[in-house]
Design a protein around this ligand. Sequence first.
Ligand code: 5RP
Length: 263
Amino acid sequence: MDWGMNNRMSQLIQPDGHCFFLPIDHGYFQGPTSRLEKPGETIKPLLPYCDALFVTRGVLRAAVDPAGGKPIILRVSGGSSVVGKDLANESLTTSIEEIIRLNATAVGMSVFVGSDYEKESLTNLSELVNQCEDFGIPVMAVTAVGKELEKRDARYLALCCRIAAELGARVVKTYWCKDFDKVVYGCPVPVVMAGGPRCDTELEVIEFVHDGMQNGAVGLNLGRNVWQSPHPVAIMQALRAVIHENHTVKEAWELFNSVKQGK
Ligand code: 5RP
């Protein structure tokens, strides 16, 4: 691997081999998502505990301090919305010049395997990889399902992750699911877990993150289950301890409760 690519990958995946990304890109198709109306305020107390931010260029410029020191994974796909016909109908939104101008450490885009726009999203991924590899910039593929959340089983997600890796993604982000080891097993690049809609309790979040890490995920890219929690700093710290300090569910839950109670 070339030095530049290696350097960027090591900013994302920490020396322990794990990573915790904080995504705040949801507005690109959802508009002012609950608790992310003012992204700069949402992330302020959380930034110390994340390894990188996943964000669009618009929110990056408007709400993220350029001297903040966190690596940026730039969301570079879009063009559809929750009120439109099909969330899968995305294009690449950001030129390679803009990616370089913004000093992105990596870029991320969604692929919609099995959708009406499968071919477009997969060839967009290939095109992005072609552009970014020339400059040593890693591409993170996001296996997306749009509104069809029931698609998220191990067989389907394993298929999506493998295809994304075959097309050149350096990292793949996919949903956690039961039998997560089957998703990771056939994917030759690091797999990061995404969250999905909010769980009922923080304990459930800690449990699924712990399960994913035990089953081969290198880390986490978790948004709503962090910043929509009534205790975002506490859950962020507890999850960080699972990812980087090998905490058990019990230890992480205790940490969550002690941070929540201000101990
Ligand atoms: C949506 C994304 C998010 O980065 C991803 O879904 C993680 O966020 P959440 O944990 O809220 O699902 O790609 O655009």
